[in-house]
Write a protein of this length. Structure first.
Length: 349
């Protein structure tokens, strides 16, 4: 199993962020160093680091990088630079709420210390980023424990995109459920959707499951219906990028289709996500901003032209699965079910 962390901070407040460049997987396991805010922004934008919780952690460390040059400049320049850094990092990707949640947490940690010496505020920012990182690790372990209880020995399970250790601090959300089930002695057979257009399922999920010795079969996205009809899948578990107050859940494009298929085949469809993925300020999935990405991801994926010049392309990166298609949301506090406003409010307090 790879022991290289998805991302980590090196050094003290003048240190830097090191992360696995996920665009190079599965062929190469390469880390890159982020020493300025633009490099962090670019890494998030281009999916070198991706997955809702991981981009939140990366942005938190990015805030620390942003204030490095103004630690000795006094309070006004410090807070001005903090604001600029936060705004820049928040512009990298719109859908995963963990990004905004982490940036907001960093801003509030600094605000609470207004009036204190700026080196103290900077040290607190690094401590806050480390806390966000560590809490995510703990939440993923708890999600794994709760989710594993939903699965039975010998089951076939299907997942979409990558909600594993690469998408979080460590261990993952949807994949944590499989890892924890395996650790408790259950044998699962995982079907991984390849996840067009950027192939997070093929490149990352299949790789992670192989690394952990879990039985995995890769399928193209358009094979899921047939695999379900053949009776190979008894549960679906995916991650989420933002969950509205009513339980509608945004996740990688194609997730909604998988949920519809699961309903048609009477297979329970679960979402696994930490509380940092809930956005209780929005009432339903209609309010979730959906990232639109470069058409070339569809027409020129991985270095080869696969569509005619000039063809119109629509490339939303996420879709929203309505709450009524979700059998349960596995979060660090337990399993929310049925998935509705009241049950979510009760679980998240
Ligand atoms: O575009 P990506 O690769 O960042 O999309 C990631 C997903 O959709 C994941 O399923 C989600 O962020 C949950 S990760 C624990």
């Amino acid at each position: 199993m790879s022991t290289v962390p998805t991302l980590h901070w090196i050094g003290d407040i003048q240190g830097h962020l090191r992360l696995i460049d996920q665009t190079r997987l599965p062929v190469e396991l390469i880390e890159i160093d982020c020493r300025d805010v633009e490099t962090v922004w670019e890494a998030i934008k281009t999916l070198r680091v991706r997955g809702a919780p991981a981009i939140g952690v990366a942005a938190a460390y990015g805030v620390c990088i942003g204030v490095q040059s103004v630690i000795a400049s006094g309070e006004t320049p410090f807070f001005e630079q903090l604001r600029k850094t936060a705004d820049r990092l928040a512009s990298s990707r719109p859908t995963a709420v963990n990004l905004f949640w982490a940036i907001e947490r960093m801003k509030q940690a600094a605000e609470r210390l207004r009036g204190r010496p700026t080196p103290e505020i900077a040290a607190t920012l690094l401590a806050e980023a480390r806390a966000i990182h560590e809490e995510d690790r703990q939440m993923c372990r708890a999600i794994g424990r709760h989710g594993a209880e939903l699965l039975r020995d010998g089951q076939g399970v299907l997942t979409h995109c990558n909600a594993g250790g690469l998408a979080t601090s460590d261990y993952g959300t949807a994949l944590a459920v499989f890892f924890a089930a395996a650790e408790s002695g259950k044998t699962l057979h995982v079907y991984a959707d390849e996840t067009r257009p950027l192939l997070q399922g093929a490149r990352l999920t299949a790789w992670e499951l192989q690394q952990r010795g879990i039985d995995v079969t890769l399928i193209c996205d358009n094979m899921a219906a047939q695999v379900m009809r053949e009776g190979r899948v008894q549960a679906v578990v995916t991650g989420a990028d933002r969950i509205a107050a009513n339980g509608d859940s945004a996740n990688k494009i194609g997730t909604y289709g998988v949920a519809v298929l699961a309903a048609a085949h009477k297979i329970p469809f679960y979402i696994a996500a930490p509380s940092s993925t809930f956005d209780l300020s929005i009432q339903s999935g209609r309010e979730i901003p959906i990232e639109q990405r470069d058409p070339r991801e569809v027409t020129h994926g991985f270095g080869r032209q696969t569509a005619p010049d000039g063809v119109a392309v629509y490339n939303p990166a996420f879709d929203v699965t309505p709450a009524e298609l979700i059998a349960g949301i596995i979060c660090e506090r337990g399993v929310i079910r049925p998935v509705n406003r009241e049950a979510i409010a009760a679980m998240l307090g």
